[in-house]
Design a protein around this ligand. Structure first.
Ligand code: ATP
Ligand code: MG
Length: 632
């Protein structure tokens, strides 16, 4: 089976293709209809089929691999490692599920999970899935206000949290944040279940509302909880998008389609099967965490690593050390994390035995060529960029490590994934783009299995956010792309990241890419600043691999950046100003907040900063603006 033939089959005969793919999971009742696309935006997969994510991730492996490692939780913050075999995971999940039932959680209830990246978070998710409750994991780094907004949208009957998380050696008390969120929320859940990690001895407790997991679960250590079978299209979970472009949307995931898409992609894209080990460095609070820390690897009987800590602590070799220790086959990380490692001594990458290591996948934001080239050279393994979204749940664009792998082209996330029929549309004419012509990336409905069913509680927002952009009914989350004559796609950033310089439309991504080819540059963000003459002009913010240089040093590098852009993109793209800064503002998921940068440059309010990762980054930008540009 080659990618080319499988891809064609998935598009030409989706019924047969997905009927075959559905065999990879266990069904209590097999689907009666593979696809109902009578209403294409609200298509339904595997209609009438009944299945369960937890059953597929845990129960079905007990007979063949009960004693095999399933879940490995490593925290370099608390300096602990916990491991569960499939059998142990089964018991832990059943105990947790019984505890949820004891607290009144029933099928269809929402349960908000606000926990650090721990084994217990994974177990809590699986326990919800087991009893048909809809989990909504909120990234543990979010503040009380973000949590309150998501609570009010999901209206949970229970919130599960930990007493605390840790970051860079500092304890971050979660429970006071939960209390503040519940005080702010209009629809707070009546009960809170706290998993105490022993990090916060002074944790506040509200009697009658807060329950201690260790206490309540005591009665259920040997519990067996019946699986609640869900119709394929019933929701399995809610997950909010990162909020890079504004108010987060509550992505609603189905059950059967998601399971089938994950099982397929574990084999075809990520090349991980039974007994093998996958390490996704993401957080369970993001979509990569849901799909490729929790459900994907477990669904296929692999072992998965969940990691709490920094990539550089206790030293920048920690991830590679774990890869050696557990025999990781496939690792999944982000360009941001690789850029962090790129600032460190490269010898950390060659210290450990990576003979089992086959693939590194990166996703979440554009992977610039210099970073891709650096990590590929340092690892000596294929590094595969894959493009997708919270909405899609699994890759839209990728190369297929588990099939006949097509050659990597630096800067490109490759080819359409199985089941995705893509079109590039010229934004102004609405026509199909030619090869190498820049357009908006769209997916022809019906969306393949695994992609969102709707926006939670808001079908109208689902339609207007994703399907309302073109004459034809096409799904788009508004990213720019081009396709080369070999069919490879290149993502050029979001449509709102395009700037208009004297009538020329320039993608900020292209300028960033060009700036990043300067050896000294670690990372760059480019925005369009209002300009009386030209409409907009490009302004560059860049961090350097080596910070703390003098004004003169900054000027030299800034000039080099200018020269690079002029040479590679021409005079129209010439940055009007270049600022060297210590840090760039990013969301908690590692994405550049260009809209906030732009607002600061134009002396406007930076807007909703609730998803901002590091407040110091804004300060560093503010002081650079006060100090004046290093060039320009
Ligand atoms: P919001 O939709 O709330 O503004 P968001 O789009 O940042 O937030 P996510 O779903 O986490 O939320 O991110 C998906 C987006 O990330 C994609 O639409 C794309 O812009 C970007 N992205 C993801 N992977 C890649 C990649 N491999 N290359 C380029 N961009 C990527
Ligand atoms: Mg988005």
């Amino acid at each position: 089976m080659t990618y080319a033939t499988e891809y064609r089959r998935s598009i030409d005969d989706p019924h047969a293709f997905w009927a075959d793919a559905a065999q990879a999971i266990d069904w209590e009742t097999p689907p009666q209809q593979i696809l109902d696309a009578s209403d294409p935006a609200f298509r339904k997969w595997f209609v009438g089929g009944r299945t369960n994510l937890c059953y597929n991730a845990v129960d079905r492996h007990l007979a063949a691999r009960g004693d095999q490692r399933a879940l490995i939780a490593v925290s370099t913050e608390t300096d602990t490692t916990d491991e569960w075999t499939y059998r142990q995971l089964y018991q832990a999940v059943n105990t947790f599920a019984a505890t949820l039932q004891c607290l009144g959680v029933v099928e269809g209830d929402r349960v908000v999970i606000y926990m650090p990246n721990t084994g217990e978070a994974v177990i809590a998710m699986l326990a919800c899935a087991r009893i048909g409750a809809i989990h909504s994991v909120v990234f543990g780094g979010f503040a009380a206000h973000n949590l309150a907004l998501r609570i009010d949208d999901a209206r949970p009957s229970l919130l599960i949290c930990a007493d605390a998380g840790m970051r860079s050696g500092k304890v971050i008390r979660y429970k006071p944040l939960v209390d503040a969120a519940l005080a702010e929320a209009q629809f707070p859940p009546p009960r809170v279940l706290v998993v105490h990690r022993g990090l916060d001895a002074d944790m506040p407790v509200t009697e009658g509302r807060d329950f201690d997991y260790a206490e309540v679960s005591k009665a259920f250590v040997h519990a067996d909880v019946a699986v609640v079978w869900r119709e394929s299209n019933e929701p399995s979970y809610l997950l909010y998008t990162s909020g890079t472009t504004g108010k987060p949307k509550g992505v609603q995931r189905d059950t059967g389609g998601y399971a089938v898409a994950l099982a397929l992609s574990m084999r075809t894209v990520y090349d991980v099967g039974p007994g093998q080990v996958m390490f996704s460095t993401s957080d369970v609070g993001w979509v990569v965490g849901h799909s490729y820390i929790v459900y994907g690897p477990l669904m296929v009987g692999a072992a998965t690593i969940v990691y709490e800590g920094l990539p550089t602590s206790p030293d920048p070799g920690i991830w590679w050390k774990l890869c050696e220790q557990y025999g990781v086959r496939t690792m999944f990380s982000s360009p941001t994390a690789v850029r962090v490692l790129k600032k460190q001594d490269p010898s950390w990458l060659t210290k450990y035995d990576l003979s089992a290591f086959k693939w590194l996948f990166l996703a979440g934001e554009p992977l610039d060529e210099p970073t891709a080239a650096w990590i590929t050279g340092a690892l000596g393994r294929p590094v595969i960029d894959n493009y997708w979204q919270t909405e899609t749940g699994w890759p839209v664009l990728s190369l297929q490590a588990g099939m006949d792998l097509h050659p990597v082209k630096l800067g490109s996330p490759g080819l359409p994934n199985l089941g995705y029929q893509l079109k590039l549309i010229n934004e102004t004419s609405g026509e199909l783009c030619a090869d190498n012509e820049k357009g908006v990336l769209t997916i022809v409905p019906p969306l393949p299995p695994g992609c969102l069913s709707t926006v939670w509680g808001d079908d109208q927002r689902f339609l207007s956010s994703y399907f309302g952009h073109f004459k034809e009914l096409l799904y788009s989350s508004l990213d720019w792309a081009i396709r080369d004559p070999d069919g490879y796609y290149f993502i050029l950033g979001r449509t709102d990241d395009v700037i208009n310089v004297a009538g020329h439309r320039l993608g900020t991504r292209e300028i960033e890419e060009s700036v990043s080819t300067c050896f000294e540059v670690a990372e760059a963000a480019v925005i369009g600043a209002a300009d009386e003459l030209k409409g907009q002009v490009p302004v560059v913010f860049a961090t350097l691999k080596q910070s703390g240089g003098s004004a003169e040093d900054r000027k030299v590098v800034a000039n080099a950046m200018l020269k690079q852009v002029m040479e590679q993109l021409g005079a129209v793209a010439r940055p009007a100003r270049v600022y060297v800064v210590d840090a760039l503002p990013k969301t908690r998921s590692g994405k550049l907040l260009r809209r906030s940068l732009q607002a600061l440059v134009e002396s406007r309010d930076p807007g909703d900063l609730s998803t901002l990762d590091d407040p110091n980054a804004l300060e560093s930008v503010r002081s650079a603006l006060l100090r004046g540009p290093d060039v320009g």
